[in-house]
Design a binder for this molecule. Structure first.
Ligand code: 5AD
Ligand code: FES
Length: 363
């Protein structure tokens, strides 16, 4: 598999851009680089960015070798109290057939995942108020008791400090909460007035303080996004210094206000993955399902550009199609075991190796 295929017919990288890549490579330790400068690697006009990807790959190999970590994702509910303009399971989308798994179903899904070799279970759902803190505690302690060597990652959206703390004390290890965009006006363009830019950022700092390994991140090519906003995203990530960064292309969902917007680009996403790897050598960086959705080899290319995590779906097959954040989502028909087999082969094709350890951050 060759990343050059992505850039067929495009001009070579310029000497200036090559210098920028070199500077970026040194930035993690010594050299100062401005985020505005970095963004020059990401924006048009298009060029062959293989050089950038190779630099990122070197750094990734130095930190994590050929290992790709795998997380079993359980999408436990598609009820959501929020109304993000880009998201297919937003409250106002009346066309969604809603489902929620019981606590017992969630734990048994995790058991199945453990049997398939997963040592990190990710619980992700819409912001569904019908699960109490006690419910989540039961789920977390259930997984913990059955599988003490398994990490539990939460992706439950915004909650109170007390709730974050309770769930951490119950044994959750990590929390994913994408910041979505680091520009306030852009945040307000992507979200309804009742959602707060400040609360989201505050949550990320609280989660960190409590002791979670924290994941932030954003979509690429979301409606209204500009290069300036991407520079702000990088500056915010630098400041927060998260352990994980979740980043995939925006993909429209037809039953949302952004249904007719353009999807995020493959090359923008790949270039950003490489930039992130160079800026944050230690970071856990997934090749996302959204990336696999916009190109059949998207996840493979993502891994070759600096990503080192994949998150196959463990949700029961009956509900997978219903957890539809965007259109044409891949892997919604497969059994969990099939997903694992398929990903294992795909990862091998890229020259990396799927490993079944917890895969904690190495900082
Ligand atoms: N396209 C791509 N990603 C999306 N997400 C939500 N809707 C979309 C979409 N239409 C992402 C958000 C959220 C994560 C769970 O999924 O960034 O944080
Ligand atoms: Fe559920 Fe955005 S629509 S959190």
């Amino acid at each position: 598999m060759d990343l050059r295929d992505v850039y067929k017919g495009l001009p070579e990288i310029s000497t200036q851009q090559k210098d920028l890549v070199e500077k970026l490579k040194k930035s993690a330790e010594e050299e100062e680089i401005s985020m505005e400068e970095v963004i020059r690697l990401l924006v048009e006009p298009e060029y062959d960015a293989t050089y950038l990807h190779q630099a990122a790959d070197e750094v990734r190999r130095a930190h994590y070798g050929r290992e790709v970590y795998t997380r079993g994702l359980i999408e436990f509910s598609n009820f959501c109290r929020n109304n993000c303009l880009y998201c297919g399971i937003r409250r106002d989308n009346r066309k969604v057939e809603r489902y929620r798994l019981s606590c017992e179903e969630i734990v048994s899904c995790a058991d199945e995942g453990y049997g398939l070799g997963f040592r990190t279970i990710v619980l992700q759902g819409g912001e569904d108020g019908s699960y109490s803190d006690e419910d989540f505690c039961r789920i977390i302690s259930g997984i913990r008791e059955h599988h003490p060597d398994c990490a539990v990652t939460l992706s439950l959206g915004e909650r109170s400090y007390e709730s974050y703390k309770k769930l951490f004390q119950e044994g959750a290890d990590r929390y994913l909460l994408r910041h979505e965009t680091a520009d306030k006006a852009h945040y307000e363009y992507l979200h309804p007035a009742e959602m707060s830019f400040e609360h989201r950022r505050e949550s990320l700092y609280q989660l960190k303080e409590i002791g979670y390994q924290v994941g932030a991140g954003m979509m690429l090519g979301s409606p209204g996004q500009t290069p300036e906003y991407l520079a702000k995203d990088l500056a915010f990530l630098k400041e927060l210094s998260p352990d994980m960064i979740g980043m995939g292309p925006f993909v429209p969902h037809k039953d949302t206000p952004f249904g007719k917007e353009q999807q995020g680009g493959l090359t923008l996403t790949l270039k950003m993955l490489s930039v992130i790897r160079l800026l944050f050598p230690y970071v856990l960086l997934p090749a996302t399902t959204a990336l696999g959705t916009i190109h059949p080899l998207g996840r493979e290319y993502g891994l070759m550009s600096g990503a080192n995590v994949v998150m196959p779906n463990l949700s029961p097959t009956e509900v997978r199609k219903l957890y539809s954040l965007y259109n044409n989502k891949i892997c919604t028909g497969e059994e969990s075991a099939q997903c694992v087999g398929c990903l294992d082969l795909r990862v091998k094709e890229t020259g990396y190796e799927l490993v079944s350890r917890r895969g904690d951050v190495r900082r």
